[in-house]
Design a protein around this ligand. Sequence first.
Ligand code: AGP
Length: 609
Amino acid sequence: MCGIVGYVGNKEAQRILLSGLRRLEYRGYDSAGIITAGRNGETLLREKGKVAELDKKVAESEHNDIIGIGHTRWATHGEPSERNAHPHHVGDIYLVHNGIIENYQDLKEVLADRGYEFASETDTEVFTALIDSIYQAQDKKDLHQAVVDSLQMVIGAYGIAVMAKGNLDEIVVARKGSPLVVGVGEEEVFIASDPSALVGHTDQVVYLRDDEVATCSKDGVHLTDATATKVDTVVEKLELDIQAIQKKGYDHFLLKEIFEQPETLRSTLNGRVLKEQDLLRLGGLNMTDDELREVKNVFIIGCGTAYYAGMLASYFIEQFTDDVVIHNAIASELRYRSFNVPENSVALFVSQSGETADTLACLQEMKRRGVKCLGIVNAVGSSIAREVDGGVYVHVGAEISVASTKAFTSQAVAMLLFGLVIAQAKGMSLKELRPYIAELDILPDEIQSTLNSQNEPIKTLAKKYAHYEHALYVGRDSLFPVALEGALKLKEISYIQSEGYAAGELKHGPIALIDDKFFEMAFVSDNWLYEKTMSNIIEMKARGGHIITVTNSEKAIGTEEVVRVDTKLELLAPLIFNVASQLFAYYVAVERGNDVDQPRNLAKSVTVE
Ligand code: AGP
């Protein structure tokens, strides 16, 4: 996934573009570039590495340019380099692109026959040449029409912004599968891949939909469909504020977002769990009580952390439904399987960004099959949020750090709420509902007390284990998804090879791994599975395991380290264990000196397959 920005107005374009790229850098940071134009002509600057590297180049070349586009890249075709960096320039056309053009090789051959030569390995340069070849053939130059005509010939996903040499008035943008939003100001427009880059400039925004093309100028937005037929422009109010996207004194966005969880969870629950009225209310599902009552199968589909949130939610929902079967599915697997969907199914699509390509592809397949599709999404106006039949926004605010934390907690809770709404439609009594409402009501405070009590001890603990290169995370029942998620958190920010496993599976292979190169993280709940899990821990200890046990039990554990989380929660206790696990992963990564918010090789949302 990449970040795109654009500006047309009366202010200094370079400064605005660089500021926008810094806000979007979490989307990809292999290389960055801007093209700006003014009375002195065009200035194209590109650099391998982060926006800070580009910044140095721009500082040496101040211009009073008033139009420009920019890009921060997560490499797909062509290694990270200045040569492969966007914007690409062919003939009169400059272009930045987020997505993949699948038929770019065929197009490249056709364009080479027309005399085009290519300096990079990217599909984007081919896209640029295609638009230029159409633009050059026009008697009367019409950039919008040239873009529309080019889109008839490309296959793939794109969000693009296009400028033409000598045209200081307009930028043409188009989207299919990769997000684009246009901010409308006073005699100026701002273009971005996501609204966080618009904050502080304008709160009037136009979300482009798939197959739409817009010409952006100081006069505003001229929107058409893919046949150049005018489309009504819907201007919406942006709710994000500048505070939401700044670090607020934390060293990293990741720690800020871990500590935000009590507040963001309250935001998820706000207006939905009304303890005094014994009421649970989920607007936006667009499902009648009869439809809810008839639900017999729930598909929970997502990738990475979103998938693990769905796994955890399935353990919650099974506790209070007896005629609902839950199917957890990894989106990148499900989309290529010949899976069956039984009668009375609904499909939940779990996604923080709402842009994950594999999850979106599963949504489109389920819609094709006529399945009721619901989103469990954070990013308002995102592709998944726009394509589902209904859903639950988790409302955790911008999640900037690549590693997802606050979204995980709120996604699991949002799906629990959905499960409770189904159970109520199926006749769950208030008496049965009250214990769940009571747990939800204290969950934010329980997370807060865990953050307050465990932050320093876990910071100390992390320093002791940060030198290991291998880790095994184990848990049973609803702590199994916590083990999987914990291992993912650790591996993606510390680069320690870590694996999550069901504790009961240790003797079926993984226990062979245990030696001094490994440490083990064991999650043990003080419930009916305590003895079973303790026997797994004893098996690992007998083989010299370096075990950290995270538990809500007060019993003697006897491992190398014990992290005691103090919670009154039962069903939702795994969410408390998970907070301890998040803190541990964060402090290990810090101790290892890693770029915690922008880990190597990753991007915040994977909008390509
Ligand atoms: C989580 O820490 C990772 N960054 C990654 O697994 C992420 O959860 C996954 O890519 C899904 O993203 P989404 O929630 O935006 O769809």
